[in-house]
Write a protein that binds this ligand. Sequence first.
Ligand SMILES: Cc1cc2nc3c(=O)[nH]c(=O)nc-3n(C[C@H](O)[C@H](O)[C@H](O)COP(=O)(O)OP(=O)(O)OC[C@H]3O[C@@H](n4cnc5c(N)ncnc54)[C@H](O)[C@@H]3O)c2cc1C
Length: 672
Amino acid sequence: MALDLTESMGPNSLREERSKVEFDVEAMKVVWAGGIEHKNMADKIRAIVTNDPVFEKVSRPQQDRKTLLKNSLKKAAHAWKIIQEKKLTEQEARLLRYYIDEPNYTDLHWGMFIPAIKGQATEEQQKKWLPLAYRMSIIGCYAQTELGHGSNVQGLETEAVFDPSTDEFVMHSPTLTSTKWWPGGLGKASTHAMVYARLITDGKDYGVHAFIAQIRSLEDHEPLPGVTVGDIGVKFGNGGYNTMDNGLLRFDHVRIPRENLLMRLASVTKEGKYIKSGYPKQIGYGAMVSVRSYIVKDASDILSRAVTIATRYSAVRRQFGGGEGNPETQVIDYKSQQSRLFPMLASAYAFRFVGEWMGHLYDDVMARLSVNDFSTLPEVHACTAGLKSLTTSYTSKSIEECRMLCGGHGYLCDSGLPELYAAYVPACTYEGDNVILLFQVARFLMKSLSQVGMGKKPTGEAAYLGNIQGLATKNCGIKQGGEWMNYEAVVEAFQARAARLSGACALKLNKAPDVEAAFEEYSTDLADAAQAHCQLIIVDKFAEKMKSAFPGQGTRQILEVLFFVYSLDLINKHAAEFLSTGYLTSKQLSLAKDQLRSCFRKVRPNAVGLVDAFGHTDHYLGSILGRYDGDVYPNLYKAAWNNALNESTVTEGYEAYIRPVIKNQTQNSHRR
Ligand SMILES: Cc1cc2nc3c(=O)[nH]c(=O)nc-3n(C[C@H](O)[C@H](O)[C@H](O)COP(=O)(O)OP(=O)(O)OC[C@H]3O[C@@H](n4cnc5c(N)ncnc54)[C@H](O)[C@@H]3O)c2cc1C
């Protein structure tokens, strides 16, 4: 008898959920996108990707490495054709690459190589390289990390020795550990690399500088003489980041013109004299703020994607309860499921808003740099490093949490979550290891506090440290649960916790005879202080966002609930810090938890609406569990039969390896 694959339960569940939503989902889509123009642009690009068969991706987890790379090259070329034919803007082109949802060399070309040129090349050099890069007449990658060193950039070993007799730098990899290792796009695609190497001239080592080196022929793509280049191998997970050709690179005395040193910060004359430009090294931070603001926005997108899958599936999935003709309970109705899911939903919105704010921060930094105002750079550097660290770490953990929220089916690649996890988790490592980035924030906080001691007022997101005395002495005044529903009260709690954690670290460092040894000794406390500082920024920016006008009925009300879910959940999860710093009492903490529970109740009927407002297409989600229509089971069933192992009823290998076992012939065959 043919199996009936028309299933009504899942679609009905989601239809019912959508009928309960208390706010205007279309208006929220505009809020999420950051304005109607952004939403329209996203809709336009999503439609291009969804309707083009070249961008199919469901078969990816079953493909071998060579097929993955070839398909990824095909998608990149097809995308480039679309970008040119449709004359997409830079922003639209970025969105197109983003929605194609497949890591490949263009990420590095546009995301690192070009920003590095903009940040570190002189105007004259930019005029030479940028048009080539914008036309994609050259493909660039970002070759910093080596086999032996990544985080410790000053430990890089690749050498660029200046030879005044030919006016060239000689690039050389003197040791095995100096082999460039990891750069995306390097392995198979790039023609040029932004190489970080030690600049040596007149016998003196001036430390690590950026150089542009051509590595492959522009005619036949063969490596140039003296260049050894290849792919480093298969990475974590099926599909995932394996569409990317992370590469290795060695130089054997390869000569490049002197002008290929990016000379905005320092130059070398024909005679070999090293000259600093006078710009602070933070001049390149503008490009970095832009890159990091995209990383944070991407974190909100990836988080929202995982949360969409887990939320829709939690509304479709039923376990226990029911009886007497009633359906079983939707797992989203279990409080434990809500307490795991809803903070992630709230975090997606929180990260979105902080990412949006970082876009404005970038405009501010660029405006200041244009008039040689470098005053905000240290603070901006610390803030963006910390936000990159916090949002990517949280998003990575949350994808795995979403997988567990989907139970067994979450572990199938058809859920979309395993591949998402595999492709996303390296974000915790590239663009700066997340722990190392927190230490950079901590160093900035310690410096700011020592300057406060000398009467200097911290600025920007660190301004609250100027009031450390007040924050260290005034405790929370909340007496009733409802008083937690107050933006100022929440922000002040985060300020007090962050200031007190930093203050305690500063005291320990001040007392230590050797500050560097003490920094190492108390590094976990310092990382906690840095994390508290970054969480404060996110809470503060969310609270600030709530001061703006929102379109549509009910959007403000539900965003307000999400603000309190985000912040009260953090207070709950970091209760030890709020209590041990003495700002909160256990009673106040308990009141906060009660409020959190009541916020969960308000989120519940709106949960599916809140994930619909992300506007993700089924193509982007790549998940049977997260389908918009909720038609999960029939599609899981169909997908199982599309799996390569089910192409035949009797498996390959039966004759050789199963039959001898069940016929008890293995020993005989062995003896024979
Ligand atoms: C998918 C992927 C893509 C990448 N793409 C590129 C690219 O395009 N270009 C490029 O140049 N690089 C790239 N990288 C490399 C990446 O930037 C580095 O791996 C990263 O900077 C971390 O450096 P590392 O590997 O040396 O880690 P390590 O520094 O060796 O870290 C190992 C561990 O030691 C800890 N640790 C290190 N130092 C300290 C310290 N001082 N105190 C306390 N703990 C410490 C770290 O937290 C970590 O837990 C990529 C990496 C990945 C995974």
